[in-house]
Design a protein around this ligand. Structure first.
Ligand SMILES: *Cc1c(COP(=O)(O)O)cnc(C)c1O
Length: 379
């Protein structure tokens, strides 16, 4: 039986999308308080959350956990702006929309960068990273997306980190989609920064980004940031000194966040959450294949976070009708994010169980039948 609080507002559809995700009732209830900025309960909430996140990635002593108000993207922008000095250079890997967004951030905030692209449906290799690093001696930092949400592919972070360690380059990891469901060991990977958001695998309300930053790298980053609000060095020193944010804290979100972390711990931490997502994903992929759908990725390179499916070729099919039919039956799904392929995506994160996925499969089959889509195997 799943040890999660599934109670949610009735009549609202379940979000099978890669963020925002459906939250438990206890996380939503935890936000029903008005606290002032400096109150002890807020300081304790923040301090406890920082410690929990460091414990989650074996980062005590070497790293610090820094919260920011904003979505996951503000966390990636803050990390790029703070860690890469004006005389440094960032190598950005991309194999999807979120990697492309990192390139766009570097361009917009005028961070010196270079980028390289690998195929979207197969993971990059350590050799490709080593070659890209060797090609430009000016490179000081490397940035990579862990789970690329536009396809669901999982990039091989251990071997990429090993290349960066050998070459002496700082490593920044966009773990917005994967954090909370995958172990990212700070000591083993020795990353400069892991960026996560409150809202995906941590199942907290959207609006907070967190950066797990290596202390020694952060000390060297003083004065780098292009932005006052996104200066991680400044935010961290203020947090360490006062226990509070520099500017108005998102008090309600922080309360919801801490409750979501307690829920995470109660579910068995990373292992428990990963197992639930994986069971849901297995049920989803097997059920969809039985109906004749094909996944964009091979199972070996796929993550249990989000799965991309090819759309049926039948002219009776339209994503809009699928979306509307699923919504009427209580589920929200997402369109694909790739220009090249006609796809749609179903995520397994949030307070979603294997049983929910079973019901979603029934809803999808009923919707396809309603649309009159044929030629998808059983349909
Ligand atoms: C969702 C996501 C982001 C961006 O997060 P926002 O909260 O939408 O700003 C960045 N990277 C990855 C891999 C994501 O999945």
């Amino acid at each position: 039986m799943d040890q999660i609080d599934q109670a949610r507002i009735e009549d609202e559809p379940l979000l099978l999308t890669p963020g925002p995700v459906t939250l438990s009732a206890r996380v939503k209830r935890a936000m029903l308080h008005d606290y002032a900025s400096g109150e002890a309960v807020m300081q304790e909430t923040i301090a406890w959350s920082r410690r929990y996140l460091l414990d989650l990635c074996n980062a005590q002593g070497t790293h610090t956990a820094i919260p920011l108000v904003g979505s996951g993207t503000s966390g990636t922008e803050a990390a790029i702006g703070t860690f890469v000095p004006p005389n440094g250079k960032l190598l950005i890997h991309t194999n999807g929309v979120y990697g492309d967004r990192l390139v766009e951030i570097a361009r917009r905030i005028r961070t010196p960068y270079t980028s390289f692209r690998t195929a979207p449906y197969t993971p990059p290799t350590a050799e490709q990273f080593a070659a890209a690093i060797a090609a430009d001696p000016g490179i000081t930092h490397v940035m990579v997306v862990h789970c690329e949400t536009s396809t669901g592919i999982l990039n091989p972070i251990e071997s990429i980190a090993a290349v960066c360690r050998r070459a002496g380059k700082g490593l920044l990891i966009d773990a917005v989609a994967s954090f909370g469901a995958f172990m990212l060991d700070a000591k083993a990977l020795s990353f400069d920064a892991v960026i996560c958001s409150a809202n995906k695998g941590l199942q907290a309300p959207p609006g907070l980004a967190w950066i797990i930053a290596k202390k020694s790298a952060l000390e060297e980053a003083k004065g780098n940031a292009h932005s006052l609000t996104l200066d991680l060095w400044d935010q961290n020193q203020h947090m360490d000194r006062t226990g509070m944010f520099r500017f108005t804290p998102a008090t309600h979100l922080l309360l919801g966040f801490a409750e979501a972390l307690r829920e995470h711990a109660g579910e068995g931490g990373i292992a428990g959450r990963h197992d639930r997502y994986r069971r849901s994903w297995r049920r989803l992929v097997d059920g969809m294949r039985q109906m004749g759908f094909r996944t964009l990725l091979e199972d070996e390179v796929a993550s249990p976070i989000v799965t991309t499916f090819h759309e049926p070729l039948d002219p009776a099919y339209s994503f809009k009708a699928l979306y509307e039919g699923m919504k009427r039956r209580g589920f929200i799904i997402f369109p694909g994010r790739l220009a090249a392929a006609n796809t749609f995506r179903i995520a397994c994160i949030g307070v979603v169980t294997e049983d929910d996925i079973g019901r979603a499969l029934d809803a999808l089959e009923a919707t396809m039948r309603e649309m009159g889509v044929a030629g998808m195997g059983r349909i």
